[in-house]
Design a protein around this ligand. Structure first.
Ligand code: WTA
Length: 665
């Protein structure tokens, strides 16, 4: 039995329960299940009042709101719509004149281990100066700005500076290709791109600015006027006169004081592209007020953040986790956080543990994929095992992005948390803006592999195709039945797709469909996420659409006639990408097949990014199709897993193709 199937088995029979210890409970904001239940009851009794009170307590409004939730144009829900505020002021200015002002906001550790501390006051000055520089470039409220930056203080400053002047940022992960970047610049109608000459990761210098040039050279970026370049390294880069300016050039002479521009609560704070079940990535649009409320409050509830904490979220600012739990939540909550430029395995796979010791991290938030790869590394090299470092500063551990298998959970709990630290397994999505289902460290008894219960105010449920509740113990579709402040507002440029993707008519058009399958425990009602039910894959916690990868493959028109992509379970990356390809020429075998598979992998990396490279590529004379020409993906999924086909294949036009595709080359 492979370890992934044993992992699934042990989820099903999982009956270990870990109660929060006294240290986690003492002084906790939500201490004990009664306190949790009281908040849930408050939300159930007076839903709008519950959120209105939180929004008034948590945020500083320049104009108070009078209406909490507007459902008149559902599912285009609006929250606190007549209120005004500024997100950057709520992350930085709010701390001026408080003890937080002189506290370290960011401990930046560079790829090479160099450490820089930035206080809240200093960060405010840097954001103000950068905001003034953006204004001097003619960038104003409502403009869209694409940010294509490495991990570092500058990326955080760029995002906060956009928010300060009411410009809507759209961060593109630094691992995405020129093509992906071009599509996002065009769809967002960006007037500027903020980038760096190079990024440093794992001791290697990789171009960023050159990729921006490639993206623009592909054409169509007609709205783009300015490219701002942070010179991360001393290496030379190619300047496009009139369009490109360095950070040093635009910052020179700018004052560090810039009054934050108040915006309506529904003003788009950012657009973040994510994969869906059709080819084109979706621009998930988030609103300023509701998003920020939840970024701050979920920091307090889920991580029970305290003034002396050192928080570290290892995500990249290119993903939603980096938005909510690096750029907005921790700053709004006034916590000290670590920002890391590098990778967990450089210069050795003990880097995370070494950094926790070095910076006395107390709340650590990472992804199951990272944990699994570090388990593997420390199994083969005892020198990088967490036991070699002092991790006693840790108080709370978090997990995000994919299901955490109980084995990885137990290892994390024992070897990193020393059996003292609750593991907060957080289920949420780009669309939800922040946490939806997770334990509260001072309250919820933990079960490895379960994200436990919804946060107060979050009406998560499991339903059938028609939106009716499934009984506990039976699996179904994960939904959220009532709107919540940090929810997606629309898909940028595509409101129809927003309605269709998330609020299906069959369920009445008002229930948010997450796209995940889930089951609640028969006794405890605890949720366990079983994975996506649509054509979205989760590879190392990165979200990718199968159609997106298929489109990339068939775009290689000189070679590929047809392609189908499915996921299969993978011990390390959670899921792995498996592509079935029909070439325009005959089916290759042996060395030729290997060479073409490599060529296609590199092609996909160029079209989307290295994270989308298929692990397996299999060639066939055809794909398994029904008589009406529909590709039978469930058969491909079985083949990808190496399973014998037990499904009914009688509707198949070409059953013989299954044996051919099952051959590994
Ligand atoms: C998956 C990342 C199980 C899920 C924050 C979801 C999870 C998708 C968990 C969203 C978890 C995220 N347990 N699965 N704790 N967290 N997922 O938009 O399939 O990049 O739909 O947001 O990741 O991925 P996204």
């Amino acid at each position: 039995m492979s370890s992934s199937s044993s992992a699934i088995e042990s989820v099903l029979v999982e009956n270990r329960v870990f109660e929060p210890d006294a240290r986690a409970r003492e002084g906790a904001r939500i201490a004990g299940m009664d306190a949790y239940q009281a908040l849930c009851d408050e939300a159930a009794k007076d839903f709008e009042g519950f959120w209105a009170r939180r929004a008034r307590e948590q945020l500083q409004w320049t104009k108070p709101f009078t209406k909490t939730l507007d459902e008149s144009n559902a599912p285009f829900y609006q929250w606190f719509a007549d209120g005004e505020l500024n997100a950057s002021a709520n992350c930085l200015d709010r701390h001026v004149g408080t003890p937080v002002e002189n506290k370290t906001a960011i401990i930046f550790e560079a790829d090479d281990g160099t450490v820089t501390h930035v206080t809240y006051k200093e960060l405010l000055a840097r954001v103000g100066q950068f905001a003034n520089a953006l204004k001097a470039q003619g960038i104003a409220k409502g403009d869209r700005v694409v940010i294509y930056m490495p991990m570092g203080v500058e990326g955080v400053v760029a995002m906060q500076a956009c928010a300060r002047i009411g410009a809507t940022h759209s961060v593109v992960f630094g691992g995405f290709s020129a093509k992906a970047l071009q599509e996002r610049i065009i769809d967002a109608g960006a007037v500027a791109v903020i980038t760096a000459n190079f990024q440093l990761r794992g001791g290697k210098e990789m171009p960023l600015k050159a990729i921006v040039d490639d993206a623009v050279a592909m054409g169509g970026c007609d709205t783009l006027k300015t490219v701002l370049v942070y010179e991360r390294t001393a290496s030379a880069w190619n300047r496009v006169e009139g369009r490109d300016k360095t950070f040093a050039e635009v910052l020179a002479g700018q004052s560090s004081e810039c009054a934050p521009v108040p915006v309506g609560a529904e003003h788009p704070l950012f657009i973040l592209y994510t994969s869906g079940s059709t080819g084109k990535p979706k621009g998930v649009q988030h609103a300023t007020g509701g998003y920020l409320l939840w970024a701050r409050l979920s920091m307090q509830w889920s991580f029970d953040i305290r003034p002396e904490d050192v928080f570290w979220c290892t995500a990249d600012i290119g993903w939603v986790t980096g938005h909510s739990y690096i750029v907005y939540g921790p700053l709004a909550a006034g916590v000290t956080q670590v920002v890391f430029e590098g990778v967990p395995t450089y210069p050795h796979a003990g880097r995370f543990w070494q950094m926790i010791e070095r910076h006395k991290v107390s709340v650590f938030y990472t992804a199951p994929t990272a944990i699994r790869s570090l388990i593997k590394a420390s199994d083969s090299d005892a020198k990088v095992h967490p036991k070699n470092w002092d991790l006693t500063s840790l108080r709370i551990l978090g997990s995000v992005g994919e299901p955490i298998n109980p084995e990885a959970w137990m290892w994390y709990y024992r070897n990193v948390g020393g059996e003292r630290c609750p593991i907060v397994d957080t289920w949420w999505q780009t669309e939800t803006g922040g946490h939806v289902i997770n334990p509260l460290p001072g309250a919820t008894p933990l079960v490895p592999g379960s994200c436990t219960l919804p946060l107060p105010g979050m009406q998560a449920a499991i339903v059938d195709e028609t939106g009716h509740d499934m009984p506990n113990g039976s699996g179904g579709m994960l939904v959220i039945k009532r709107p919540w402040p940090s929810m997606i507002r629309t898909i940028w440029n595509d409101p129809e797709r927003f309605k269709k993707s998330y609020f299906p008519e069959e369920m009445g058009g008002r229930i948010y469909l997450a796209g995940d399958g889930a089951v609640r425990d028969a006794k405890t009602g605890y949720f366990r996420i079983t994975g996506r039910i649509d054509d979205v894959l989760n590879v190392s916690g990165h979200r990718l659409g199968t159609m997106e990868i298929e489109s990339a493959l068939v775009a290689k028109t000189d070679l590929v006639a047809e392609a189908a992509v499915v996921g299969r379970p993978d011990d390390l990356t959670g899921e792995a990408i498996c592509a079935f390809v029909v070439l325009k020429r005959g089916r290759p075998t042996g060395e030729e097949a290997k060479a073409i598979a490599n060529e296609l992998r590199n092609w996909v990396a160029k079209e989307i990014g290295p994270i989308a490279k298929p692990k397996d590529i299999r060639f066939g004379d055809n794909l398994p199709k029904t008589r009406s020409g529909k590709i039978m993906r469930r058969l491909l999924r079985s083949i990808a897993k190496g399973e014998a086909i037990t499904q009914d294949t009688s509707t198949l036009e070409n059953p013989a193709i299954l044996d051919q595709l099952a051959e590994t080359n």
